[in-house]
Design a protein around this ligand. Structure first.
Ligand code: NAD
Length: 302
């Protein structure tokens, strides 16, 4: 199958491209290289902004578009909501226009658990309504709404994957949310690490290979018109995560403490079970061994 991956030079996108190539697919990447830098030699590459109408040329002959190109920072979206909306809303609309022009069967979309805002129930059940609390979350939910509209109007199928905290090889330690990458980079580099608050804040960490597996399944016949949580359902505290990464790195587990940051969610995890039935998907990696794989990758890359 010919598959277009937007954001295919980024952390999750480039891991997806490698997997799709290994599975024997023909892969086209569209990425403006604004943050991503991973270029798979065997994929056709278009350096292009996801808002550029010429994106349709990259979509030519594609059966599926995996749409991952995005402005990914919540803080940047608060500071500059218009740029966030231009990339994430207009960009998704342009992907859908390309899909319409080139008769693409389906778009698989990378949404975020940010869509749930401050959820009442954790793990957040599937089919929980969106309640965005940041421009980033609002832009993701808006993009989801356009997917629904284009399915109704033009029969373009979609699957939305609501990703929890993804980690693994190629994640940048420069971002705000890649806590695993930030801790790993600092601990291996012999630099101090900081825990905010009392370290009890929790997140649902899912390994990038498992996320990529969900995308590959959604590229097939399953999950049309559905929204699936992609996480593990388990909560891991910042303190416990630090302990696991320090153990994997073989260094002392001695983070510095700093005051809690205003607005940080105290807890998050999503219930992935609807994706078990809907996509035949399950997260296969346990946290400790996936962290070890990640630490080993960073050590080799440094
Ligand atoms: N990493 C996570 O934990 C996580 C969680 C939830 C959702 N997501 C979503 O998954 C997707 C991939 O995230 P990631 O962590 O791999 O981020 P990333 O920054 O590594 O990848 C994003 C890619 O998009 C490209 N890009 C950005 N703006 C573009 C534009 N205007 N035109 C073309 N390309 C552009 C970047 O160059 C980069 O290669 C994003 O949509 C993100 O919102 C990620």
């Amino acid at each position: 199958m010919r598959i277009l991956v937007t954001g295919g030079a980024g952390f999750i996108g480039s891991n997806l491209v490698d997997r799709l190539l290994a599975d024997g697919h023909e892969v086209v990447v569209a990425d403006d290289l604004s943050s991503g830098s991973n270029r798979a030699p065997r994929a056709e590459f278009h350096q292009i902004d996801v808002r550029d109408p010429a994106l349709a040329e990259a979509a030519d002959g594609a059966e599926v578009i995996c749409h991952l190109a995005a402005q990914i920072s919540v803080r940047a979206s608060v500071a500059d909501p218009l740029t966030d909306a231009r990339v994430n809303v207009e960009g998704t609309l342009n992907v859908l226009e390309a899909a319409r022009a080139k008769k693409v069967r389906k778009v698989v979309f990378a949404s975020s658990v940010a869509r749930y805002g401050r959820p009442e129930t954790i793990p957040v059940p599937g089919n929980t309504p969106a309640r965005p609390m940041s421009p980033y979350a609002a832009s993701k939910v808006s993009a989801e709404a356009y997917l629904s509209a284009y399915r109704a109007l033009y029969g373009i199928e979609y699957t939305t994957l609501v990703l929890s905290n993804v980690f693994g090889p190629r994640q940048s330690p420069g971002g705000e949310a890649g806590v695993v990458a930030i801790f790993t980079d600092a601990l291996l580099g012999g630099r101090p690490t900081v825990l905010f608050g009392d370290g009890s804040q929790t997140r649902d960490y899912v390994y990038v290979d498992d996320v990529v597996d969900a995308f590959t399944r959604a590229c097939g016949p399953r999950g049309d018109g559905e929204v699936f949580n992609i996480g593990t359902g388990a909560q891991t505290s910042d303190r416990a995560l630090h302990t696991l990464i320090a153990a994997a790195a073989g260094v002392p587990d001695e983070p510095d403490l700093a005051p809690a940051r205003l607005g940080d969610l105290p807890a998050m995890a999503v219930d992935p079970r609807p994706a078990f039935d809907g996509l035949g998907w399950r997260p296969e990696h346990d946290l400790a061994s996936a962290l070890k794989l990640t630490v080993d990758w960073v050590r080799n890359a440094q």
